[in-house]
Design a protein around this ligand. Structure first.
Ligand SMILES: O=C(O)c1ccccc1NCC(=O)[C@H](O)[C@H](O)COP(=O)(O)O
Length: 263
């Protein structure tokens, strides 16, 4: 059993428990349920922003603890102030040390799109994401069938949420594309064995139909790579560890963006 299998197995248990604890009706009565999500595309294409989707990531299966000493509010507001186009907040607890509370805090403190970064396998989690104040949800092709992707994307769109589909290779891309997606992310990390290779993004970019925003995800650590990814057509860059591994992720993104503007 690889790490993705383990995560999905645990996620099924978590979702079953969450359904018992909080009904869909209760979620629909939540604070943020009726707010209009921000447009992911608008913020990605806004020239005042950088295209960076900056991630709040305490730990990961591949790296263990990355940073458990900083607050969600401090880090995410610094990310937004530095010009991030969107925030990514991990809400998985067992494998990433995140929490749904983190998303609520990021939502309350920021006025840019927030991605609920989790392993979505059930429509309950989509409704929960809306109730938490998320603007974007992630669908990972490696853990979903094409029919599941279609179903979860349609529900997300009906709630006004933006949908980011994540793929790792051409086969996943071809079988998973459907209506109701806004963006396609190419994950440079193989989630089954943790190997990373930026070349994955360059290899897949031309296969992504032009109507979708194009996002390169994981293992991005220098501004030169962003410049090259932009040149081949990427609109967004999901970055977690590179900022979070420092004592001050806000300062790290600020220095990164200053360098990005000068290259
Ligand atoms: O990061 C991991 O170790 C990981 C393991 C298993 C499934 C997912 C995993 N990461 C999720 C992500 O895709 C990244 O958090 C995100 O793209 C940011 O990556 P990075 O900039 O390399 O932290």
């Amino acid at each position: 059993m690889n790490i993705l299998d383990k995560i999905v197995l645990r996620k099924k248990e978590e979702v079953a428990l969450a359904k018992q604890a909080v009904s869909v009706k209760e979620l629909e009565a939540g604070l943020h349920f009726n707010r209009n999500p921000y447009s992911f595309k608008e913020f990605l294409l806004d020239e005042q922003c950088t295209g960076i989707i900056a991630e709040f990531k305490r730990r990961s299966p591949s790296k263990g603890i990355i940073n458990d000493q900083v607050s969600v509010e401090d880090v995410t507001t610094a990310y937004a102030a530095a010009g991030a186009s969107a925030l990514s907040v991990l809400t998985d607890t067992d494998f990433f040390g995140g929490h749904t509370r983190d998303l609520l805090k990021a939502r309350a403190a920021n006025q840019i799109p927030v991605l609920r970064k989790d392993f979505m396998i059930d429509e309950y989690q989509i409704i929960e994401a809306k109730a938490l104040g998320a603007d974007i949800i992630l669908l990972i092709a490696a853990i979903l069938t094409p029919a599941e992707i279609k179903h979860l994307a349609a529900i997300s769109k009906s709630l006004g949420l933006n949908v980011l589909l994540e793929v790792h290779n051409q086969e996943e891309l071809e079988r998973s594309i459907c209506n109701d997606l806004d963006a396609i992310g190419v994950n440079n990390r193989n989630l089954a064995d943790f190997t990373v290779n930026i070349q994955t993004s360059f290899d897949l970019v031309d296969q992504i139909p032009s109507e979708f925003m194009k996002i390169s995800e994981s293992a991005i650590s220098d501004t030169e790579t962003i410049k090259q990814l932009k040149q081949v057509g990427f609109n967004g860059f999901l970055i977690g560890e590179n900022f979070m591994k420092t004592a001050n992720p806000g300062q790290a993104i600020s220095a990164f963006v200053s360098e990005l503007k000068s290259v």
